[in-house]
Design a protein around this ligand. Structure first.
Ligand SMILES: [Mg+2]
Length: 362
């Protein structure tokens, strides 16, 4: 769908226009590769997808009176994941989770996903001894989450690339005018969040420690994660986007503003305050810090994919939504000169909470 170069002769362009081979991967396995992806994509997803992979465009039919929510996210090897550290299934899961989390924060339900992959050739071929390829295992992780979230894969692109990269586009739907925005928070409201904080950052520390130890021992290029460590690493490797919680907050008209914590609480709360024109105060002792994580990891660790939202003090906010705990962590204040945008209140007193989360190109 993108990047058409008439000089490239590619039979796939005629056969599989909505999941096509770009400047193809070449080789005899290419057609099989794409038809394999198409087969895995069929039979899943929202009813709004009236035409999926196979024509020049996918067709989507939202319900009458709905707005479409669209988000895109690019993951690059060496920047957002490491081929040596991350299991391929985790990279597939995380690629989709990043997009789904943006839909969740707006209260949207997923309709369709579009996935473009740039991959070195060796990642698309089977392992020696007939094992699954990196791409196969990437798709295992991708489709497991796609099916659980009713996000149909409706198209994409595949091309050879010296660096592995995965770009995801998500289309969602939300009743007209009802999407949860970053800009709706008002002074006097209460600040809430779903789940716990710091688990993903703590798990990432654990994973990088494991990888460094393996490198020091000159172990194989791909990191083997011991089974016993699996559950501890889940918050980083397989984070859950809070789709049910976002849609609940939208439907019940409880939240006045929302954002997903993808870059860290300190950074994303700053974004919410900025867009709403308010300040905020967070109580350190109220933060639901994940077992084994530090306060610093909870404040600044990214890739949590929990939702941060505001509601009037009079609103009835449940203790949990669809099995995920909800915690009041602070309040929204009027913005004024001499007051930090975000204040952290703890037993030691109050201090300005600067954004130290993930910032691109810094
Ligand atoms: Mg977001």
């Amino acid at each position: 769908m993108l990047n058409r170069d008439p000089a490239t002769r590619n039979p796939l362009r005629r056969g599989e226009p909505t999941f096509d081979g770009g400047r193809g991967l070449g080789g005899p396995g290419e057609l099989e590769l794409l038809s394999g992806i198409r087969q895995r994509a069929e039979g899943h997803g929202a009813r709004a997808l009236t035409l999926g992979i196979g024509d020049d465009c996918a067709l989507l039919r939202p319900r009458p009176g709905e707005d479409l929510a669209v988000t895109t996210d690019l993951s690059v090897a060496g920047r957002h994941f490491r081929l040596e550290w991350h299991p391929a299934a985790s990279v597939g899961h995380r690629t989709l989770a990043r997009g789904l989390s943006d839909l969740a924060s707006m209260g949207a339900r997923p309709l369709a996903a579009f996935l473009s992959l740039g991959l070195p050739r060796e990642l698309t071929g089977g392992a020696r001894g007939g094992g699954a390829s990196w791409l196969d295992r990437f798709l295992d992780g991708f489709f497991a989450l796609a099916n659980a979230s009713q996000a149909a894969l409706a198209g994409g692109d595949l091309a050879e690339s010296p660096v592995a990269a995965a770009d995801i586009v998500l289309i969602g739907a939300v009743p007209r005018g009802r999407a949860l925005l970053r800009s709706g928070a008002r002074a006097g409201e209460v600040l809430y969040m779903t789940g716990t904080l710091g688990g993903a950052a703590a798990a990432f520390q654990r994973l990088s420690g494991l990888a460094e130890a393996a490198e020091a021992n000159r172990r194989p290029r791909r990191l083997r994660i011991p089974k016993s460590l699996g559950p501890e690493l889940v918050p980083h490797l397989y984070p859950q986007p809070r789709l049910a919680q976002g849609q609940w907050l939208m439907r019940r008209r409880v939240a006045t503003a929302a954002i997903d914590i993808s870059d860290g609480l300190s950074t994303d709360l700053g974004h919410l305050c900025e867009e709403s024109g308010v300040a905020a105060e967070v109580r350190a002792e109220a933060l639901p810090v994940h077992a084994g994580a530090t306060l610093e990891e909870a404040l600044h660790g990214g890739e949590e994919y929990e939702l941060l939202f505001t509601a009037p003090a009079s609103a009835r906010v449940p203790r949990s939504i669809a099995g995920v705990p909800i915690t009041a962590i602070g309040r929204i204040l009027r913005r004024s000169k001499g007051r930090p945008q975000v204040t952290l209140v703890s037993a030691e007193g109050s201090r300005s909470l600067e954004a130290h989360g993930w910032q691109h190109f810094k």
